[in-house]
Each structure stands twice: as C-alpha cells, then as structure tokens.
Write a protein that binds this ligand. Sequence first.
Ligand code: GLY
Ligand code: MN
Ligand code: MN
Length: 449
Amino acid sequence: MDQTLRSDSRAADDRLAPLYAEHAAILTARFEDALEAAGLDGVCIFSGRELTVARDDSTYPFKAEPYFKAWVPLTRAPGSVIAFRPGERPSLIYLQPEDFWHAPPADPAGFWVEHFDVTLARSEQDVRRALTALDGRLGAIGDPAGAADLFASVDDRALLNPLDFARARKSAYEVECLAGASAMAARGHLAAAQAFLGGATEFELHQHFCTAAGQRESELPYNAIVALDRHAAVLHYQHLAMEPPERGASFLIDAGTQKSGYASDVTRTWSRHAGEFRDLIASMESLQQTICGEVRGGVDFVALNERAHELLAGVLAEHGIVKCGAAEAHARGLTRVFLPHGLGHLLGLQVHDAGGRQAEPAGGERPAPPEHPYLRLTRTLETDFVVTIEPGLYFIPSLLRTMAAPDRAGVDWDAVERLLPYGGIRIEDDVVVQAGGCRNLTREAFATA
Ligand code: GLY
Ligand code: MN
Ligand code: MN
C-alpha cells in the first residue's frame, strides 16, 4: 500500500472511532429483539472457517460471516466467535493460534476493542472450551464447525429474519465504512479508466484496479467484472482475458472494495471513440442521475425500477434502437430484453445484502414482479437504507435472438448490429436514502479521488 493509501486508511479509521458506540448500541437493541423473537438466551456468531480444496492443503479465500463483521471490523480472523447475551457486554473469543506455517491474526486492536471482553484462544480446543463455559439456551449464527452440538439452533430463521430486515438501515458508522469503500473503489476505477485508454488487457485493467484501490483480489467483495467490447454484454462476465482485444472500443468495469467489512459496488462504462456508443453512455448517465434524483424515503423500489424502464424506453427511441415511440416501447415491454437485471439492491456487509425482498421482520417475501424476475429489492425505501442504482442497456445476443416475433418487429436491427460489438452499458452508484433525497457515496468519492 502506498503512503497516500495508508494515511487515507488511517484517517478513515479516525472517523469510524467516535461512531462505533452508537453502532454497537443499535446492534445490541436489534439482537435483543431478535433473541426474544427466537426464544433464545443468547447467540454465538462464528467468523467462519478457512475451507481447504478437496484432497489438498490450499485454502479458498476466507469470507467472514456478515454478522461477525457487523460487530467487529475483522475480515481476516477465521475461527473466532462473538458471544452476545442481553444485558451483558459482548465477548470475543479470538483465535490466534501458534502456527509457524502461517501468520496468525494480528492482536486485537482498534476503537472497537474496549467494547468487548476479549479472550485469546490458541487453538480450536481453546475456543470449544470457552464455548462450553457459556450457559443458557444459545443459538449459533454462521458455521460452528465442530461445535454445533453446543447450540439449540444454527442459523435459525426466527433469529435471522428480524436481523436481516433491520440491517437495511445503516448506522452512521456503517455509512462511514461504505463511504470509505466507495472512496477506495473510485481510485481503482480512475486508474482502470486511464489504463483502458492506454490499451491494457482485461487482466491488466484488473491489476490496475486492485493496485490503485489498495486491495488484493481475494479481499474484494465480489469478483470484479472487467469487460472489453462484447464481453460487456455478459452481465457477470467472469474471465480476465490476457490477450489484447481486437477492438478495445468499449470498457465496462463493475468493481468494488471492502472497508472494514462493508462493500462498495460500482460500475462505469467507457468508450474509446466519440460517436454513437459514447452518446448512448451519456444518455444512460443522465437516466441514472434522474433515477438517483428520485430516490427518497417512502419510494417503492418496484415502482422506481419500472420508472427506470420508462426512461430507458425514451433512450431506446431517441437513439433509434426501437422504431416506435418511447411510450409504446415501454408499454410493450421492449426494454426488458435490453435491461434484464434489476435497478439495484441493498448494499452493506454483503454486496447483495440480505433482506431485499423480505416482507416484514418476521419473514415472508414480497416477490419480484413476474416481468422483472431478477429484481433483488422489492421494499419501500426508508431513511438510512443503502442501495445501488445501476440501470443498464445491453446488446445480449441470446436474448435478442429469442425475442418474440411481434417484439422483433419493433426493433431497428441495423442499429442493434452496429451496437452489438460494444456489449453494453451499466452505470452504478451506491446511495444512502434520506427523507427528501439521497446522498450519493460514489459520486462524492469520484469528486475527491
Ligand atoms: N456487482 C454485482 C452487481 O452489481 O449487482
Ligand atoms: Mn450492484
Ligand atoms: Mn455491480
């Protein structure tokens, strides 16, 4: 990490410190309510295990349990456990094994430590001994590995549902983490955009992103989508081509980072040349900003998703991609083949945060509308929700090929043929819902990067 990144990271921790006590109080209240609903005396939250490849001794990247990260900003502490019981200080059983093959997790340090009773464990047996000493009817969250027998339940929905529902609303501490994650991502995006102009391969673009963002690949909250040309039409394109692209005319990068366990999820699309595709990006940028301008508490996200399709119909008509007017294109559902994913989702401890379609604290589902089956967020927005706003416009051969005949007649296929080589466009920001609008963490980050 270079000097600037290190001091930025220290400054971000300084901003988190005074916010943690309120965050812990919010978590305490939520966990007390959830435990009561589940009829439990307490809960142990397991950070998770390092999983090894079958018949091998190498490990998959470690991904910490989200509720563990909610309590402590530790993303590299496998085998540790938080024990919470109403009315008591939470405790952290911290696994720090003696191991000459691997570096053990660092000593617990930072603003959060004073809020916990910390017990150091030198082995998994030590962890088990500490868990055995806890009494009462306890639930477990996460992977209890060999300790499941000590618990009345593991990942009980009666416990998780109220927690998942409540976590859509972020504390000031969480918003600061998310802002920090957007700041890291913005640095990565700017470096990647610069490298795109220099003719980098997808593999090199990804490296530029990680280096400038200050995060190794295995720590990113999701596999970055680094797509040149037609690859941008693959919504979750997973490869990193090492060969120079034939054209290198367009570049879609959907890449985020983690700050203290909280994710950013950011997409930008670039065009090398002026012309039809760059104009289309400008129209999508303006559509995305219009939608961001309509985000506020009380807005139904299903309706906002439909509003994005209404605006997209306008873009398709304006650019001659459909032959009819915008209103007719929207009414006929012609936009759906060009935007098959949802407008956005909850963001936080996970990139697609839990509870997006949950009907109420106890559970239930408000399903996505049948015409937009991939919409991940169907709730009414409330103040302090953090969501992504990520409209897109893609030229996806398999979807275009299978369009029904009456819909095909509405499309200008010459325009589609011209645009297919560019793949598609997505523009994605992370926003905090406010009563009368939203705070755009991603735009703030790009403005100061
Ligand atoms: N990066 C995945 C998504 O935007 O939802
Ligand atoms: Mn997203
Ligand atoms: Mn994304």
